[in-house]
Design a binder for this molecule. Structure first.
Ligand code: CP
Length: 372
């Protein structure tokens, strides 16, 4: 578990340390070590910070001196609000790296990151790969298709064999809920959950919250609609867990087959009427219909689903003028969203993808520092 450390100095964002991601200088591009391990705050104060403008300080930042202790990131269920804010604050600092002409820091030099994708992915896989590369780690990629999994090798045997090659961090996407948790108990390296079945997708929710905070200046007090197949969505679960921990109000919206009342104990409101909800909310997060998992068994027809729960230009008029339209991708155009909305000014879908890189850099960096 992460705890607060007592520290008297060291510049920080509001509640969050600002990693030194510079590629030169006394800390050679490495974010400063947690406060408890610092020989003295003065010795790690990055020289360049003195000349920098004060950082953006949106409300709700984690406290100064926070010490990250986890070696794995398995889900938002087990994280405290402070830990979530610490990841977002750390990502804020790593975002700057992508604006440089040389987009590389040595934060994970000498480390090996294995990307284990037992299930298909575009955004998450490439984002983790680029994040690891920007921090100078070596990466190896495993995809189930074309591997010895096809010959019957188990997930655990696969991962143990890859670990024998000297891997430090495993990024795992798997169709079985709980697969990353099982691996975290069996291997020595760090495990990062990149989506496990319909259970959790923590880095997606983190990048969603990062984007909300970036665009709207806060998370606490926001009203967020999450629309679609809540019952089977790992993105929905992680968003509900993270947003409610940070003090946002979440309304889940969809047909009763996708939004069972059993979801209420997670701390969200339930609605089956999107048009009624839209005028009330700051953010609308449209979930993908997972045709590959469930076909269209959960609603009468795609056309009916779009008519009741799809976002189009007419529905957008019911929203607040500054509403933020989100989608984790990949989009089913014309089902969850029309192209006019997906590519329009209220959409921040590509900004979500861009922010995913900084969030995943932060996650890889933090778990590499964790010991528990
Ligand atoms: N949002 C998301 O997880 O996309 P991918 O499946 O392409 O990684």
């Amino acid at each position: 578990m992460a705890k607060k450390a007592s520290t008297s100095s060291g510049r920080a964002t509001e509640g969050g340390r600002k990693p030194d991601t510079s590629s030169s200088g006394p800390s050679a591009g490495l974010p400063p070590k947690p406060a408890s391990r610092r020989p003295s705050a003065k010795s790690v104060e990055p020289v360049r910070q003195a000349a920098e403008p004060a950082p953006l300080r949106p409300a709700g930042r984690a406290s100064e001196g926070f010490v990250w202790r986890r070696k794995d990131l398995l889900g938002l269920d087990e994280l405290s609000a402070e830990e979530i804010l610490h990841i977002l604050d750390t990502a804020e600092s790593f975002r700057e790296v992508s604006t440089r002409s040389i987009k590389k820091v040595p934060a994970l030099r000498g480390k090996v990151v294995a990307l284990l994708f037992f299930e298909d992915s575009t955004r998450t896989r490439m984002s983790f790969e680029l994040a690891a590369s920007r921090m100078s780690a070596d990466t190896i990629l495993f995809t189930a298709k074309g591997s010895s999994v096809v010959k019957g090798e188990t997930t655990l045997d696969t991962v143990r064999n890859i670990e024998a090659m000297g891997v430090d961090i495993f990024v795992v996407r798997h169709s079985e809920p709980g697969a990353p948790h099982m691996l975290a108990r069996k291997v020595r390296g760090s495990i990062v959950n990149a989506g496990d079945g319909s259970h959790e997708h923590p880095t997606q929710a983190l990048l969603d919250m990062f984007t909300m905070r970036q665009r709207l200046g806060r998370i606490k007090g926001l009203k967020v609609a999450v629309v679609g197949d809540i019952a089977h969505s790992r993105v929905a679960r992680s968003n509900i867990l993270g947003l409610t921990k940070l003090g946002a109000e979440v309304i889940v919206v969809g047909p009763p087959t996708m939004v069972p009342s059993a979801i209420r104990p997670m701390g969200c409101q339930i609605s089956h009427d999107l048009d009624e909800v839209l005028p009330q909310v700051d953010v609308v997060n449209m979930l993908r219909i997972q045709f590959e998992r469930f076909g269209s068994n959960l609603f009468p027809s795609v056309r009916e689903y779009h008519r009741l729960y799809g976002m189009d230009a007419e529905r957008l008029k019911r929203c607040r003028k500054d509403v933020l339209i989100m989608h984790p991708g990949p989009i089913n155009r014309g089902v969850e969203l029309t192209s006019e909305v997906a590519d329009g000014p209220s959409s921040c879908i590509l900004q979500q993808v861009a922010n995913g890189l900084a969030v995943r850099m932060a996650v890889l960096y933090l778990v590499s520092q964790g010991t528990e």
